[in-house]
Design a protein around this ligand. Sequence first.
Ligand SMILES: [Zn+2]
Ligand SMILES: [Zn+2]
Length: 276
Amino acid sequence: MAWTCVVLGTAQDGGNPQLGSPGVGPPRMVASLAALADDGTTLLIDATPDVKAQLSGLASLPSHQRRDSPNIVDHIVLTHAHMGHYAGLVQFGKEAHNARGIKCWVTPSMAQFLRSNQPWRALEDGGHIDIQVTEPGKSFAPAPGLELRLVQVPHRPDFTDAVGVSLNEVFYLPDIDGWEQWGEAEQVLARHRICLLDATFYDPAELPGRDISHISHPFVDDTVARFSHLAADRRMILTHLNHSNPISDPESAEAESVRRAGFEVAADLMAFPLSN
Ligand SMILES: [Zn+2]
Ligand SMILES: [Zn+2]
């Protein structure tokens, strides 16, 4: 089965623009990724507050229309329980899409959180989602031609742990506290051909009055300096952009300097075929 990866959103959890606050550059949906097979089988990574609009766009693609299921997606992988990454799950419940048995691939910590709190627990009790508890580091194959692995990363553990997702040759990492805190970073990125990485903030100038030691994301210049050698033979794509991030505007000098260093700025609906 042939698969295509589609970027469904590229903004930090609050979207761009954020509620009550204008953003830099064109509007962007909240960060998420889908894998779509030629028979319409669909896997979604993260269920964002924008999921309804994101999946409506996907459903208009010809391959999605070939699918033979009343559910709009077959699988959902959740990276962690910050609002931009799982709050859209409510759209799969009985008041909305009324899905039946969507496989929901999560770490033990995320499963425990969903099962201990409403309205998430009602999604499992009502049979809308079917939680698949997945140990980080172990491969799993939700559908023929797809191989996934959840990779635990350091990220503000408010309610759950957090993971990046290895999906065939793609590594998707929307949130990480910083590269120093994750000793395996280079090793994991180097194993993939396409890396989509947390680029929430460009530099501290975006955050006047904030103590940067409390900002739990790497800045873009750190990411670019640290991994520019990896950009020579793989795609390094920056995503999860805060609405204040100057690279959200593809015409900005900052976006141009990132491109000169061999990196790309993610765009909603960017797509790439997966090999398997
Ligand atoms: Zn996030
Ligand atoms: Zn987060």
